[in-house]
Design a protein around this ligand. Structure first.
Ligand SMILES: *Cc1c(COP(=O)(O)O)cnc(C)c1O
Length: 393
């Protein structure tokens, strides 16, 4: 299929390869290796891979390649490499770009494991990392140096849903030749315009909206062909965080319905945010689609939708938050997001428990804060569930 099609068409057909049987649904090639007809063919394949040729599933498998091609097509990048999890993707994207002595500037409000890679792993190998408040453009400007190699950020922060001005930050990075790496999970591949805004490398945990049904871990790194094949592939090829062909098949099936799911979920998030805004039990309702959100205009500019997440701060702290959590009937208490099932998380005691109290406070992760991932249930049922739980709080 040619690249000029619209998103929904690409999500269904992009990257499809058919075997000699011309199957309709993407085939699962559960094979680790590939047979060469002759010794000469083996030699030639190791010298140079042609199209539709594979050597070993750690760095190439037909089912995984279909998924990679489809991801690249929808993200608008030249190429993509699939990984075993979102964290494998983040780790490889950064490790493949950096060496001892390099400098990185990163936003501070990060997914806990991303923070671990930047703060604990990279620094152990002599990489210097400066953390900034991602929404403060002057802080980025002050931290970026002539020798800065990489900028890293989550465009929408977890769990307080602050939006970073990607285009302005990327412009600052590019003036010193830095590579702009974006963890784009919260923006979703459906609403993302990260490439247009200047991102060089875009990383997804496909565990989230791409699978969207809680079945498998996966990750993807999208970028130029040069970066993916010459910088990232050598690192991943030899370190082994490959996506399994079965997982790639699950992700391909997830992509077919991604647009429908994410749009329905985002619509649910918007309906709930508007309905709950001003609720007497809530001190804050955080959703980038609300006009009162501090970066509402930026979010509208930078994405084509506001995402499937919503955060609520309950007055009354942890006790009230726990009472509300335990009173919910439809929302499940878990820590995944982007799922068909609506999920509620209490960040202060789970995903962000590891952070020191003062850092949590600085990031706005208060004891009353709940993070909600809106699923595919009827929004009116979800609203009734939340309203009842808030009464119980
Ligand atoms: C979940 C998540 C990750 C990690 O992905 P896994 O698939 O769980 O390894 C990284 N970044 C963000 C923003 C996430 O939400």
């Amino acid at each position: 299929m040619t690249d000029d099609k619209k998103l929904r068409t690409k999500l269904v057909h992009g990257g499809t390869r058919r075997s000699q049987y011309n199957e309709v649904s993407e085939a699962i090639f559960l094979t680790q290796g590939f047979v060469y007809e002759t010794a000469e063919q083996a030699e030639a394949r190791f010298e140079q891979l042609g199209e539709d040729e594979f050597i070993y599933a750690r760095y190439g498998n037909p089912t995984v390649r279909m998924f990679e091609d489809r991801m690249a097509m929808i993200e608008g990048t030249e190429d993509c490499f699939a990984t075993a999890s979102g964290m494998a993707a983040v780790n490889a994207a950064l490790m493949s770009l950096l060496r001892a002595g390099d400098h990185v500037v990163s936003s501070r409000a990060l997914f806990g494991s991303c923070l671990y890679i930047l703060e604990d792993v990279l620094t152990r190998f002599g990489v210097e990392v400066s953390f900034v408040d991602g929404t403060d453009l002057e802080a980025w400007r002050a931290a970026i140096r002539p020798d800065t190699k990489v900028l890293f950020m989550e465009t929408i922060s977890n769990p307080t849903l602050e939006v970073i001005d990607l285009k302005s930050v990327a412009d600052l990075g590019h003036t010193v030749g830095a590579t702009v790496v974006v963890d784009n999970v919260f923006a979703t591949p459906v609403f993302s315009r990260a490439v247009e805004m200047g991102a060089d490398v875009i990383v997804y945990s496909t565990t989230k909206h791409v699978d969207g049904q809680g079945r498998a871990l996966g990750g993807a790194v999208c970028g130029t062909r040069d970066y993916i094949r010459k910088t990232l592939e050598p690192y991943l090829k030899h370190t082994g965080a490959a996506m399994s062909p079965f997982t790639a098949w699950i992700m391909l099936k997830g992509l077919e319905t991604l647009d429908l799911r994410v749009r329905a979920q985002a619509e649910g998030a918007r309906i709930l945010a508007e309905a709950l805004d001003g609720h007497p039990k809530l001190s804050r309702v955080i959703h980038p689609g609300l006009p009162a959100h501090p970066q509402h205009a930026l979010a509208r500019d930078q994405m084509t939708g506001f995402g499937t997440m919503l955060s609520l701060e309950i007055s009354g702290g942890k006790d009230a938050a726990f009472r509300a959590l335990n009173a919910l009937e439809i929302f499940t208490i878990s820590n995944n997001l982007g799922d068909a099932k609506s999920i509620v998380t209490h960040p202060a005691t789970t995903t962000h428990q590891r952070l020191p109290v003062d850092v949590r406070a600085e990031l706005g992760i208060t004891p009353g804060l709940l993070r909600l991932s809106i699923g595919l249930e009827d929004p009116q049922d979800l609203l009734a569930d939340l309203t009842r739980a808030l009464d119980a709080a």
